[in-house]
Structures are given as structure tokens and as C-alpha cells.
Design a protein around this ligand. Structure first.
Ligand SMILES: [Zn+2]
Length: 91
């Protein structure tokens, strides 16, 4: 299962929010409580690059992640470019 950042826009109050899920599922509006709002956009968060001090850490969410991303560290790099190169080579 992948990890996703879903973007929502409420049909009732027109406000927007984003939430992380393991699927493209419906969510309840945190502003007015309207139910079953469907995401209009979904970002893949299966791999992430996190800045940690002077290093860039590549994180990966395994297929088995369900209730939280359960990120595993794949490597540490001195620059964001190196981390991106690593991810590009991996795909
Ligand atoms: Zn709302």
C-alpha cells in the first residue's frame, strides 16, 4: 500500500485541507463536519526526502504500511541533489 497526501475541498463550506492516508479515501471536513468529501488531488508520499541537520535522509514507506507510513531509512546524502539522484536510479 502506498502512502498518500490527499487534498480535499469541502462542497459545503468551500474550505480546503489535506490529510495523509494509505488510500485515496473520503474524509470528513475538519471545518464544518461535512462527510464523505472525495480528494480532488493525491500526492504520492511513498518516498520522502527529509532534511536532518546537514544531511538529507531518503525515507520509504513499505507496501505493508496501513495505519501509518512506517517509514524506513534508505540512505543519507550530503545534498538534496544526491538524494534525488539516488531515488531516480532506484526507479
Ligand atoms: Zn466544510
Amino acid at each position: 500500500m502506498a502512502w498518500l497526501l490527499n487534498h480535499y475541498k469541502c462542497d459545503r463550506c468551500r474550505r480546503r485541507w489535506a490529510d495523509e492516508w494509505s488510500c485515496m479515501c473520503d474524509d470528513t471536513c475538519p471545518h464544518c463536519g461535512a462527510r464523505d468529501m472525495t480528494p480532488y488531488e493525491s500526492e504520492e508520499l511513498t518516498t520522502l526526502i527529509e532534511e536532518e541537520g546537514k544531511e538529507f535522509v531518503v525515507l520509504w514507506s513499505p507496501e505493508t504500511a496501513e495505519h501509518d507510513p512506517d517509514y524506513r531509512e534508505l540512505g543519507r546524502f550530503p545534498t538534496r541533489e544526491k538524494a534525488l539522484e539516488f531515488l531516480a536510479a532506484d526507479q
